[in-house]
Design a protein around this ligand. Structure first.
Ligand SMILES: Cc1cc2nc3c(=O)[nH]c(=O)nc-3n(C[C@H](O)[C@H](O)[C@H](O)COP(=O)(O)OP(=O)(O)OC[C@H]3O[C@@H](n4cnc5c(N)ncnc54)[C@H](O)[C@@H]3O)c2cc1C
Length: 77
C-alpha cells in the first residue's frame, strides 16, 4: 500500500493548504509544595496542568487536575 493510498502524503499537488501539527511540552515549571500542591511563594495558588509544567498530554493533565482538586478540597476542610 502506498503512502498516498493511506492518505499520508503531505505534498499533494491538489492540496490548497497543508498544515502540519506539532507541539511541545512546557519548558518551565512553577514550583509548588509537594504536599499542599500550593505555589511556594503565592499562597492559595495551585499551579497545575500543562502550562505550569506538570503535564505533557491530556491524560497527565487530567490526573494532575484531580490531584490538585483533592488538595484544594483538603485545604478547605
Ligand atoms: C495541536 C495539539 C495537539 C495535541 N494532541 C494531543 C494528543 O493527541 N494527546 C494528548 O494526550 N495530548 C495532546 N495535546 C496536549 C493536550 O491538549 C494538553 O496537554 C492538555 O490539553 C493540557 O491540559 P491543561 O488543562 O493543562 O491546559 P489547557 O487544556 O490548555 O487548559 C487551560 C485553560 O485555561 C484557560 N485560561 C488560560 N489563561 C486563563 C486566564 N488568565 N484566565 C482564565 N482562564 C484561562 C484556557 O482558556 C484553557 O481553557 C495536544 C496539544 C496541542 C496544542
Amino acid at each position: 500500500m502506498s503512502d498516498e493510498t493511506v492518505g499520508l502524503r503531505l505534498d499533494r499537488d491538489d492540496a490548497v493548504l497543508t498544515g502540519v501539527e506539532s507541539r511541545t511540552s512546557s519548558p518551565v515549571r512553577i514550583s509548588r509544595d509537594a504536599t499542599s500542591l500550593q505555589s511556594l511563594n503565592v499562597r492559595g495558588l495551585y499551579p497545575c496542568g500543562e502550562g505550569a509544567g506538570y503535564a505533557g498530554g491530556i491524560l497527565s493533565a487530567g490526573v494532575d487536575g484531580i490531584k490538585v482538586a483533592e488538595a484544594v478540597a483538603r485545604d478547605l476542610t
